[in-house]
Design a protein around this ligand. Structure first.
Ligand SMILES: *Cc1c(COP(=O)(O)O)cnc(C)c1O
Length: 394
């Protein structure tokens, strides 16, 4: 099969909407376009019916017993913000205390920073060299004013899977709310809200071949009153998320999750093999490279590699034919090394000289082989140039 360029290897940033998902959504734009809150006519009834079915499918995918425990949001960012701001607002503690981890997504860390500026207290726990947080450290960080622990299921940069079941058990026993951001894990791992003992779970459609702009928040029924809404208005989603629900997107979200469930575990195995193929080829031809994040406790499609002796900016600039991410994030003006890689203990320069390969459903053997050869060539060239430059100086 001919390779189409550029090759897409940025499946942690977002995924292509599966054509079957698009097909499922289409009628809800053009025919059954009613508002699910319109109770007086058939357009509204059909929309409400579709929404209910989507809710049930999502609940089933994460092992939730009651479909009402699924609230639709605009994405995992909104779900994370809803939990963090909402739990602090609903708390009766004078100075509520939150516990989270240094490698969390920005949409958890930034709300925590803002809450801290407004008077809450936040403990940000470190991770080990593999990117894992120690559940015992969480147990030790719990104080009388602790209201919530937020630890992601799968990391978006290094794919590492946190020991959420142990953390959930600790929180449940201590009577503290437990939130997990599962945006990267949905559709790629077997997930059970019961086993994780999670009170809140953030989900997103566009990381698992669904449409952008929709996500969900799983909210355990018994903790419903522990959240105050961010949005007030029509009282949709049990009063916790006012605003007309995006029915076509919800239908697409549910279809995407259903397709992932049908494809698992075969798809995971195929993607893991592609990842191994890439990693083995790189290792066979290049010295001075290392894997970022735990070798086994990770998502199948994630390969995050640090390349010694190359400049990060030059490395990323060399990849015009492959879409991937580097270990640096562009903030308003400067390029900063990734906070996740720094938390693993990488030096800033090495963090910047890292690449994140995100392999997904639509990648092929041919693409992976091409990318492996290309990376090897690029790294060799950059290293040779650098050697040339440094010997010229001498
Ligand atoms: C993508 C992502 C988010 C943000 O999700 P959106 O739906 O784009 O808002 C949050 N957390 C993690 C871990 C993610 O990968």
């Amino acid at each position: 099969m001919a390779i189409e360029f550029p090759i897409y290897l940025d499946n942690h940033a977002t995924t292509r909407t599966d054509p079957r998902v698009l097909a499922a959504m289409e009628p809800y734009f053009t025919q059954d376009y009613g508002n699910a809150s319109s109770g007086s006519h058939v357009f509204g009834w059909r929309a409400e019916e579709a929404l209910q079915l989507a809710r049930e499918r999502l609940a089933q995918a994460i092992g939730a017993e009651d479909a009402r425990e699924i609230l639709f949001t605009s994405g995992a960012t909104e779900s994370n913000n809803t939990v963090l701001f909402g739990a602090v607002a609903a708390s009766e503690k004078k100075t509520p205390h939150l516990i989270t981890v240094a490698t969390e997504h920005r949409s958890v860390l930034d709300p925590c920073r803002v809450l801290q500026e407004r008077g809450a207290r936040v403990t940000v726990l470190p991770v080990d060299a593999g990117g894992l947080v120690d559940p015992e450290a969480i147990a030790c960080a719990i104080e009388p004013d602790t209201i919530l622990v937020s630890v992601m299921l799968a990391n978006n940069e290094i794919g590492v899977l946190q020991p959420v079941e142990k953390i959930g058990a600790i929180c449940r026993e201590a009577g503290i709310l437990f939130h997990t951001d599962a945006a990267q894990a949905l559709g790629k791992t077997q997930m059970s809200v019961e086993r994780m003992q999670a009170d809140f779970v953030s989900l997103s459609a566009h990381k698992c071949y669904g449409p952008k702009g929709i996500g969900a928040l799983y909210l355990r029924n018994v903790v419903r009153r522990k959240l105050q809404p961010l949005l007030y208005g029509g009282g949709q989603e049990r009063g916790l998320r006012s605003g007309t629900v995006a029915v076509p997107l919800a239908v697409g979200f549910a279809r995407a999750v259903e397709l992932c469930a049908q494809a698992m575990p075969g798809e995971g195995r195929k993607i893991w093999e592609l990842r191994e193929r890439l990693w083995q080829r790189l290792q066979a031809s290049l010295d001075g490279i290392s894997l970022n994040g735990h070798a086994l406790r990770r998502l199948p499609g994630n390969l995050n590699v640090a390349f010694e002796g190359v400049d990060g900016a030059a490395l990323l600039a060399a990849f015009s034919k492959v879409a991937l991410s580097s270990g640096s994030a562009c903030h308003s003006s400067a390029t900063e090394p990734s906070h996740v890689l720094l938390a693993l203990g990488l030096a800033p320069a090495l963090a910047k000289a890292s690449l994140r390969f995100g392999i997904g459903r639509f990648n092929t053997d041919e693409e992976i082989d091409w990318v492996a050869d290309h990376v090897i060539e690029v790294v060799r060239t950059l290293r040779a140039k650098r050697q040339g430059a440094s010997s010229a100086k001498v």
